[in-house]
Ligand binder design. Sequence first.
Ligand SMILES: Cc1ncc(COP(=O)(O)O)c(C=O)c1O
Length: 360
Amino acid sequence: MSRVYNFSAGPAVLPEEVLKSAAEEMLDYKGTGMSVMEMSHRSKAFEEIITSAEADLRELMNIPDNYKVLFLQGGASQQFAMIPMNLMKNKVADYIVTGQWAKKAASEAAKYGKVNKIASSEDKTFSYIPDCSDLPVSEDADYVYICENNTIYGTKFKELPNTKGKTLVADVSSCFLSEPVDVSKYGVIYGGVQKNIGPAGVVIVIIREDLITEDVLPGTPTMLTYKTHADAKSLYNTPPAYGIYICGKVFKWLKSMGGLETMKARNEKKAALLYDFLDQSKMFKGTVEPKDRSLMNVPFVTGNAELDAKFVKEAKAAGLENLKGHRSVGGMRASIYNAMPYEGVEALVAFMNKFEEENL
Ligand SMILES: Cc1ncc(COP(=O)(O)O)c(C=O)c1O
């Protein structure tokens, strides 16, 4: 068996312990004689899986009792519609546009009501996070929306925006469980799990109870109504059962690692290794305003597209995979999620150093 260091932005690297444990349980989950893939979502065994996954997530994130945890489908993109359909009571929402994902979410919301883009960093190719301390938040806004970590551009909100009392909704797909968060500051926190938590097919929504109502926009499908899933404890219909099982294993792994404070320290150490290298390199350059740098996604360029392509190709041959930047920005991007070991970043930096010496 040979594993590579996988720097993919998502689906992405998962902890080896989790994959091995899932492999061991593949044919016979805890004496049931079947795989989790094969069992009823109404079975006792699965009930235990989903209940303990939720309990572990609540413990890891210190989720207050007045928030529901929903395990849903449709990816993060489906939330772009579910959020306005469920939350736009006044049909007005404010969006802070810091990248393609926030932009897509804003366009989707505009199908349902008035969207005000109250801040944007598009003027500089989304390479920074705008000052959000005193924005023109709309009087009648139902919520203020952010994408907290911008997977494509490698920026992260280090401070949450001042929403002036309005409900904050955040897409945390690419920074989920990478560091502690104060859940009580948000109305909704959601993310696709395929970056930091598990296999594609599950999206986790953490939502304050008062935002879960029957008063949704006319025509909202039953499946796209938060209340449907909250009332049924995420078992209204067949959930993405195997994915939830893997998420549960990742939550247990995170707990065994020491929880989110420990993950934050590990992630800071990994990111510093790479950013420090970029800051002294004569060939590679980070593309993001240093104060807004993400701990999870690190884009960089040489300034020469041919050299970038050569780098990506040779890195792959050296067992460092998926370093090509997003198709919309080019260059390189190293995604260094929770499950990427420090040694993976060390190997990347050593390779970059060698490449620089050989090609400068
Ligand atoms: C921050 C962010 N939001 C949303 C999405 C879209 O996720 P999905 O493919 O699950 O719809 C992505 C995907 O990469 C993302 O990085």
